[in-house]
Design a protein around this ligand. Structure first.
Ligand code: DGL
Length: 277
């Protein structure tokens, strides 16, 4: 089974793309709704919650866990991979979303002027910036002399707006404009949506940024990269069940998850179970 973890509903945007490109696999989705949002929590708390969630998914039989949450990927993934996994499940794998998205953004950007938006924790982690700079340094010899710039913007109001279903309200557009204007002024050519919730705002984001700015949809990129990863890692791929089963867990109210989750997943959710982490 493939486990997909998020702090709440947002990771369902990622699962939606997995189901589009890889519909035959069995998935377990876990949303830690009871403790969301993660985006304004401390490093220690984000790590602890993420480890508990990954542990739950492994105990439920997952061979591979995707941390769909950008905040958890930015703040906890490295320690999970370097410390938790070797000690507890050396033969299983945990992947995040940051590196695939950065690789895609570097490919798309023509003028090396990149923007990143995300939760406060994600932006404060500096992980996107670090990963981008690493790749740009690697290719610097080939394109020496070019100015490369990264502009980051924390957008703490966007997650609650999406969760409240306010994506089409004029207030949402106004707040988006306020967050995006500083990036537009810098004439970025590529914008990374560094949060699970932002694909639900993608139309307005594209409209505000204009047609000359590439928008990196994190959910689509994560799914495309997972296809490549599974092709490359046949040992792991062979262990994954392929009955097309879908199981949903939430740490909060299953009925509420079922009702609201459908908006993120774009299809009906039949049953949701309660998880205790
Ligand atoms: N899932 C989070 C992310 O992608 C957004 C919601 C939260 O703050 O927990 O960063």
């Amino acid at each position: 089974m493939i486990g997909v973890f998020d702090s709440g509903f947002g990771g369902l945007t990622v699962l939606k793309e997995f189901l589009r490109l890889l519909p035959d696999y069995d998935y377990i989705y876990l949303g830690d709704n009871a403790r969301a949002p993660y985006g304004n929590k401390s490093d220690e708390v984000i790590y602890k919650y993420t480890e508990q969630a990954v542990d739950f998914l492994f105990k439920s039989g997952c061979e591979l866990v995707i941390i769909a949450c950008h905040t958890a990927s930015s703040k906890a993934l490295r320690k999970i991979q370097e410390e938790y996994l070797p000690k507890n499940y050396p033969n299983r794998r945990v992947l995040g979303v940051v590196v695939p998205i950065v690789e895609e953004a570097v490919k798309l950007s023509r003028y090396h002027r990149l923007g990143v938006i995300g939760t406060t924790a994600t932006i404060n982690s500096g992980v996107y910036k670090k990963e981008l700079e690493k790749r740009w340094n690697l290719s610097r010899s080939a394109r020496s002399g070019e100015a490369r710039e990264i502009f980051e913007q924390a957008c703490p109001l966007l997650v609650p707006l999406v969760e409240e279903g306010w994506t089409d309200k004029p207030e949402a557009k106004m707040i988006l404009k306020k967050y995006l204007r500083p990036l537009k002024v810098k004439e970025i050519d590529t914008l990374i949506l560094g949060c699970t919730h932002y694909p639900l705002l993608i139309k307005d984001i594209s409209r505000i940024m204009g047609k000359n700015v590439n928008i990196v949809n994190p959910a689509e990129v994560a799914a495309e990269k997972l296809v490549i990863y599974l092709n490359k890692h046949q040992d792991l791929e062979k262990k994954l069940n392929k009955k097309g089963q879908l199981v949903f867990y939430t740490t909060d109210n299953p009925a509420k998850f079922k009702e609201l989750g459908q908006r993120f997943l774009g299809r009906d959710i039949r049953e949701v179970k309660k998880a205790s982490l």
